[in-house]
Design a protein around this ligand. Structure first.
Ligand SMILES: [Mg+2]
Length: 269
C-alpha cells in the first residue's frame, strides 16, 4: 500500500487554513460530525494500528478461505466484498469535506470517486489475488451508483484487483439493501466469505435497523464474525452513525450534533 499523503495532516491543516478562504456557505461548524470525521480520517491515514487491523482482518480471511477450500462445493466458490472502507480508503474525501465544514453529500462524493484516486486498505489486494490463484471469484457488491462504474473499475484495476470487470462489479440500482444482490451471486456460486465495514454488507438482519436492533442482531450473529463474516474497521461513517439519526439523511450538521451529544455517555463525581 502506498502512503496516502506525503505530509502530515497537521501540515495539511496549516496549509489549508493559510490558503483556503472559507466562504459564508462553507463555514466550518464546530460539531462532532465535522471535527470527528477529520480526526477519524487522520486515524485512517496515520495510525499504524489502523493498518494492523486491516492486515488482521485479511489474515483471518485468508485462513478462512483456506479452510473453505478444503470443503467440497458443487458450485464455483466466490467471495463477496464491499468496496468503500473494505477495499478502498476514501479518507481524503472525508478530510476534504471536513476542511470545508461539510459532511458527506452525493455530489461531492461523485466528484471524488470520478478521480479513481482512492488508495487501498492494507493487505487487501494481495488477499484477493491469492483467492483468484485458488480459482475463487470475487464479486464487488457496492452501493456506489451506476454512473460510478467506469471510475470504480479503473481505481480497482490500477492495483491489480482480480475480477475488476463489469460482470463482477454489482452496483446499487434502486435499493441500498445488498440482500438481493447477495442472493443473485449465491444462485450460481458458493459464497465462502463476505467482507465489509458495515454490518449490512453481511446480512439483511442489519438493514435499516435501530441502534438497539443492530446491537441485538450482532449478538445473535456473534459466531459468524471472523468466520463467514470478515469485518474491516471504519471509524469515519456507517450505519452505526446514521442509525442514530433514524436514517434521516436530511439532518443538518447541527441537528446531527445534537443527536450525538444526547447519547454519548460521560460520568460525574
Ligand atoms: Mg463500505
Amino acid at each position: 500500500m502506498r502512503k496516502l499523503l506525503s505530509c502530515s495532516l497537521l501540515i495539511l491543516l496549516a496549509a489549508c487554513s493559510a490558503n483556503h478562504k472559507i466562504t459564508d456557505t462553507e463555514k466550518v461548524t464546530d460539531t462532532i460530525i465535522v471535527n470527528g470525521k477529520l480526526f477519524t480520517a487522520f486515524y485512517q491515514q496515520q495510525a499504524a494500528e489502523y493498518n494492523a487491523l486491516c492486515y488482521q482482518a485479511y489474515n483471518i480471511a485468508r485462513l478462512r478461505l483456506d479452510e473453505a477450500l478444503q470443503q467440497p462445493s458443487e458450485k464455483p466458490r466466490a467471495i463477496v466484498t464491499d468496496i468503500d472502507e473494505t477495499v478502498l480508503n476514501n479518507s481524503p474525501y472525508a478530510v476534504h469535506q471536513a476542511l470545508l465544514g461539510k459532511d458527506y453529500d452525493s455530489h461531492s462524493w461523485n466528484d471524488w470517486t470520478s478521480l479513481s484516486a482512492a488508495d487501498t486498505l492494507a493487505g487487501t489486494a494481495s488477499f484477493f489475488k491469492y483467492a483468484a490463484s485458488k480459482n475463487v471469484e470475487t464479486f464487488y457488491i457496492t452501493n456506489r451508483g451506476v454512473k460510478e462504474r467506469d471510475a470504480t473499475l479503473k481505481n480497482l484495476q490500477q492495483y491489480g484487483f482480480p475480477y475488476a470487470d463489469s460482470a463482477h462489479l454489482i452496483l446499487r440500482q434502486t435499493i441500498s439493501s445488498k440482500e438481493t444482490r447477495r442472493q443473485m451471486v449465491a444462485s450460481t456460486h458458493t459464497i465462502v466469505l463476505l467482507l465489509g465495514d458495515v454490518l449490512a454488507d453481511f446480512s439483511d438482519l442489519f438493514d435499516n435497523k435501530t441502534v438497539d436492533e443492530r446491537l441485538e442482531n450482532t449478538k445473535l450473529s456473534a459466531d459468524k464474525f471472523g468466520k463467514l463474516f470478515i469485518v474491516l474497521p471504519n471509524p469515519n461513517y456507517g450505519d452505526w452513525e446514521t442509525a442514530q439519526y433514524k436514517y434521516n439523511y436530511k439532518l443538518t450538521a447541527a441537528q446531527k450534533d445534537s443527536v450525538l451529544k444526547s447519547v454519548v455517555k460521560g460520568y460525574s463525581k
